[in-house]
Design a protein around this ligand. Structure first.
Ligand SMILES: NC(=O)c1ccc[n+]([C@@H]2O[C@H](COP(=O)([O-])OP(=O)(O)OC[C@H]3O[C@@H](n4cnc5c(N)ncnc54)[C@H](O)[C@@H]3O)[C@@H](O)[C@H]2O)c1
Length: 354
């Protein structure tokens, strides 16, 4: 049985990854270490209750004693680090916590993995182990109107968020280059799908449209992102953990570049039709002052992961956005709890005294 330490999996992508892995593998153990920041929500993991293949531990990836204890208790084969402060706007307001979690937290995990897996005398690594860092295309900086980010594109981050993620990537690479640590790094484009915190573009727009609230769009809304359905990202991570060549970086993207304003207009149109409400129109859009240092375009070249591992995005945007809107319409209670802050009481209710 393969044993995974997965971090930050009460968040958006991590919780989707837990479901993906539990659906795919019978014989697996996922130990999920999450601090439960504002972005971590145990309600995302409701579907795992009673499943002994998933163990939730509340804690900080910067807590070396705790991570060491988990390694001793579970003898992990793999570490997959999803845990991060992930919102660019928050990083502009408060960069320090991004350095703590995204950089220091990553180094703590690397150190603990090294202590557990590395034989210092023989200078060998325990067979079959791997550390995978879940990174982002934002580490590459911005593109002009042409070209794509390749794995060889130099890192050139602009925001405090992307700078902290780039720094973490350098540490992961350094552990490979210095000690020979078995690692991979995945760099993925913008994800969308179920369980995304409604501070991010698509769930925010769905939430506001439903309430006929104004839809804030940064600047002219012509910032271009490559949108990938979250399940396709989960599939990529699983393929890289299990088949990725040691030491390699893999870019993950869908060649689905769209400007933000088009995403907003798509959400409006979908919800107007679905809710049969003609008062849902583009008049709800409000252009607001652009984000500081807002990158204009990201675009991923996913040729390497396609050629080497056979990965491809299965969900076209037209289907993914329908699935996503369906999910948010069917999970009103989840959205109400998140937007009211009530989800933070769920942990207490579920785990108090246990
Ligand atoms: N969302 C995207 O579009 C996207 C795209 C590419 C890469 N990524 C990367 O994927 C990862 C997951 O992103 P997400 O969108 O699911 O983020 P998220 O903000 O939804 O979730 C982050 C999770 O990490 C936890 N966490 C934060 N600090 C922690 C700490 N110190 N110790 C333990 N847990 C902590 C939070 O409680 C939360 O559950 C991040 O590393 C992010 O950089 C995200």
């Amino acid at each position: 049985m393969k044993k995974y330490l997965i971090t930050g999996c009460a968040g958006f992508i991590g919780s989707n990854f837990v479901y993906y892995m539990l659906r795919k593998y019978e014989d697996i153990l996922l130990v999920n270490l999450d601090k439960l920041t504002y972005a971590g929500n145990l309600e995302n993991l409701k579907g795992t209750e009673g499943d002994s293949r998933h163990v939730f531990v509340q804690g900080d990836i910067c807590d070396k004693a705790l991570v060491t204890e988990l390694f001793q208790k579970y003898d992990f084969d793999y570490v997959i680090n999803f845990a991060a402060e992930s919102h660019v706007d928050r990083s502009i307001a408060n960069p320090e916590i991004f350095v703590e979690t995204n950089v220091l937290g990553t180094v703590t995990l690397l150190q603990c993995a090294k202590e557990a897996w590395y034989n210092t005398e023989a200078r060998t690594w325990k067979d079959g182990t791997k550390y995978l860092q879940v990174s982002t295309d934002e580490v590459y900086g911005a593109l002009g109107t042409e070209g794509y980010f390749m794995e060889t594109t130099p890192l050139n981050p602009h925001s405090p968020y992307s700078s902290s993620k780039a720094s973490a990537d350098h540490f992961v690479q350094a552990f490979h280059d210095t000690y020979g640590m078995p690692i991979n790094i995945t760099r993925c484009s913008n994800n969308y799908g179920p369980y995304q915190f409604p501070e991010k573009l698509i769930p925010l727009m769905i939430h506001n449209v439903k309430q006929h609230k104004p839809l804030p769009v940064y600047g002219d809304g012509m910032q271009i992102r490559d949108w990938l359905y979250v399940e396709d990202h989960c599939k990529a991570i699983d393929m890289v953990v299990n088949g990725g060549k040691i030491g390699e970086v893999y870019n993950v993207g869908a060649h689905n570049e769209r400007p933000n304003i088009l995403i907003v207009k798509t959400v409006i149109e979908q919800l107007r039709n679905r809710l049969r409400d003609d008062s849902i129109t583009e008049d709800l859009i409000r252009h607001v002052e652009d984000r500081l240092g807002h990158d204009r375009r990201y675009g991923i070249d996913p040729t390497k992961i396609k050629n080497d591992l056979g990965w491809y995005p299965e969900t076209p945007f037209e289907r993914g956005i329908v699935l996503t809107i369906d999910w948010y319409l069917q999970n009103e209670e989840w959205m109400n709890h998140v937007t009211s802050g009530n989800y933070q009481k769920y942990y207490e209710a579920m785990y108090k005294g246990k």
